[in-house]
Design a binder for this molecule. Structure first.
Ligand SMILES: [Zn+2]
Length: 187
């Protein structure tokens, strides 16, 4: 018997005979055949002779209050641009690509931690505060901030020393709004 070699199947599609493969995820045996119970992509495990169907990944819709992870690509007096790579949904961090920005207000000059709180190359954890064409983010709030950064002079990773970001190479201190788990991020 010839097997169904389609990669994408619909519920009820025949995947193989029950002799060729054992039903795995989202499949079942019916009248000597293995059929799909869902719409999705076929994955065959040739070692265990299992056939699975994986459901398409759900589209991730970011919302206000969501926590995102990303890297700063640009920063000036007006805004900090973030290349977002992950989003926390239901306790898991999922791959999610989008551009975000943090407004840099002149009022932030009063607190040096918040004036350009993150710089180019920094890895950050931020919160979504407005969903639009791009996502507006903030570093203000518990657990938010820079997770990893390099010295702007020698590019060495900075570590926390006496509560400050310190470069051992240059013997100098830099200012960011760091997350409490800076350097050892707990995802
Ligand atoms: Zn340095």
């Amino acid at each position: 018997m010839e097997k169904n070699n389609k990669d994408f199947v619909l519920p009820g599609d025949r995947l193989s005979t029950a002799e060729e493969y054992v039903p795995g995820d989202n499949t079942t045996e019916l009248n000597g055949d293995v059929i799909s119970l869902v719409m999705g992509s076929v994955q065959r495990d040739e070692k265990r002779l299992l056939v699975n169907v994986k459901k398409p990944k759900e589209k991730i819709v970011p919302g206000n209050g969501d926590i995102v992870y990303g890297q700063v690509t640009r920063s000036d007096n007006r805004q900090t641009i973030v290349n977002i790579a992950g989003i926390r949904k239901n306790g898991n961090i999922l791959y999610f690509h989008a551009e975000g920005y943090i407004r840099n207000s002149m009022d932030d000059r009063r607190d040096e931690r918040y004036f350009q709180a993150a710089r180019i190359g920094d890895i950050i954890r931020a919160k979504v505060i407005r969903v639009g064409q791009n996502l507006e983010l903030t570093l203000r709030g518990e657990g938010l901030g820079v997770l990893l950064t390099r010295c702007s002079r020698c590019r060495n990773y900075l570590r926390i020393k006496d509560g400050k970001l310190y470069c051992e190479n240059c013997d100098r201190v830099e200012v960011r709004k760091t997350a409490p788990d800076y350097g050892y991020p707990i995802l």
